[in-house]
Design a binder for this molecule. Sequence first.
Ligand code: GLN
Ligand code: ZN
Length: 760
Amino acid sequence: MARTAVLGLPRIGPERELKLGLEAYWAGSAGSAELLGTAAELRAAAWRRAAAAGIDVIPCGDFSLYDHVLDTAWALGAVPSRFGEPDRDDLDAYFALARGSAEARPLEMTKWFDTNYHYMVPELAPGQRFDPRSDHWTGPLREAAALGIAARPVLLGPYSFLRLGKGLPEPLRLLDDLVPAYERLIGELRAAGAAEVQIDEPCLVLDPGPADLDAFAEAWRALATVGVGLCLTTYFAGLQKAAIGRLGELAPDELHLDLVRAPGQLGPVLAALREEPTRLSLGVLDGRNVWAADLDAALVLLDRAAGAVGAERLTIAPSCSLLHVPYEAARERAIDPEVRPWLAFAAERLAELATLGGALEAGPERRDGLLAASRATREARRRSPSTNDPAVRERAAGLGADDYGRSRPADERRRRQRERVPLPELPTTTIGSFPQTAEIRAARRDLREGRLDEEAYERFLEARIAEVVAAQERLGLDVLVHGEAERGDMVEYFGQQLAGFAFSDGGWVQSYGSRCVKPPIIYGDVSRPGPMTVRWWRHAQSQTDRPVKGMLTGPVTILQWSFVRDDQPRQQTCVQIALAIGDEVRDLEAAGAFAIQVDEAALREGLPLQRADRDDYLRWAIDCFRLAAAPAAPETQVHTHMCYSEFNEMMEHIARLDADVLSIEASRSGMEVLDAFAGESTYPNDVGPGVYDIHSARVPETDEIERLLAIAETRIDRDRLWVNPDCGLKTRRWEEVLPALEHMVAAAHRRRAAGGQSGG
Ligand code: GLN
Ligand code: ZN
């Protein structure tokens, strides 16, 4: 008989109890006993829910006070020397790695694969020593046992731990020292009563080469000698051919596959492992998205595997940890009652898992009964007018090549734009947002909670816009912005005004530490009922003779930071969003905007994990940007902004964006990143490399900015160079922003005066 398993559970708490607990602890209003008590309660509640849903294999040790990669480094004693020799029972010492201390900067944080979760990057040094401690797992193992649950400890495996770390040119060479530490950990788990252990090795799906696979295989063989059943879990993409070959030889006790992302790996894996005793854990339910599953489709995969190896060798599971979905869709009140049943958060996933377990056992006659409700929901969703807006579908179907680009080539556009609005050399601008003060956040909250009416709110925003415009005029900036005071979030603001988007009240997922995000849910065909930003732009432009940039979020970024419908290709949803954003471009232009910025902060984040898929993604993603920008006339200047600049392997795609002006992050590398823009693949249009880091409160000096500009001029032709900060200013305070921009403008003036002479 097949069993059911979960690889990981949400941990922030149904009411974000962990967030509140952490914040209280950090603020000093609660002690460590209180925080640890909250954590233990959250773990117990999660286990009870999984047990009540009838799940057979329930995880432990996946819970974290901050981040599971940090926990792994902490448990292994892999702590950078700047933190000294911390007492590993000291909570503050643990949080210092995550948040920094007076003496030491924190570990870096980066995205966990292609999710919106962020992990703390382990820092490894040559000659790194490990000193394993297993209490992070043995503690919860005993807590679960006290509730009558034989939980399965979850460890991030040694191969992935090293691959996710930084600091070593050849990290896998450290496996020789690390594997014994893991052997000890696993041995202690066995002694504490664990019957099996889950070893997460998601890095196995990232194009491993033969040497990587050798190193992994050697490590795995050593771990397998400890004498406890090991489940090797992979997720977020499929195992490639060479990896499957190796796993056929290694024959782990259990192997987990993400069949939502990569159903195609099932056939080769079955072929490789059919004769081995390996149990297969099939991730047939989406652990990263929020839609009620197509259980019939899942059963097709399960039946096929059961036919090949027997149902008793199968585990049915979500594709990955449920960390990436919210708690419970049934508790949602704000979502349209038609749409709500289409959703499945973690609680509903557990129920689906149990249903699948029953259905796999049941004969065909009983299956109909078990699946009837789920089938009816899918059918209602498929036929709903919200998922089938004929106007949107016709418009998308009628698109031709001409719709995917500007009407005139870049050099002609540049000439016409310069005639329309002559700008000085090295024009100065900002990325869009100005400080989001407490007053601004309070006004938005008051509006939401009914203490402020629309009318009063609008007057309030107009006053803020007038202030921001006046400040920019005083600073002498050339292309102004309205400041984005109306936006709490650059995706939510647009989603709330577009058809096809829903917003949950409790749909929080952890982003990092205590921080959560509540992504919009794109459930239907997307269209724009009316203008979204024009009135704010209009008010800003009415205050000044200088050009004010319209400010929009691009289609790829909106897609990337939302839960996206799973009943059509992502690309198709992105095209619909692009058409809606293009409508806004058209309206801003009609209102008189000279410059319009379409931000694509998340374009790079959407890159597929495996190299072979990247070109295809970049092609359609950039097509969508082009579709959104296409309505702009040649005289209208289209800007785009990206918060990063490692474009090395994608320069031809970036060029294809064909934005008139591209602003990027560049100050932290001292303009080094501009190398990709010089050289052979010379980027043809204007570029605004960020000249100061907005993530820091430090105010840059004029000299410093001037030096960066002089370097930039050696990489980018002077007449194509813009001057701007690295990113938006919303997280900064006015006291920092005003002097920083003053220095930026002064530096630009000095470079203009230098007239292209180096030095400065
Ligand atoms: N226009 C946005 C801002 O300035 C861009 C933010 C971003 O790139 N993340 O805030
Ligand atoms: Zn940015």
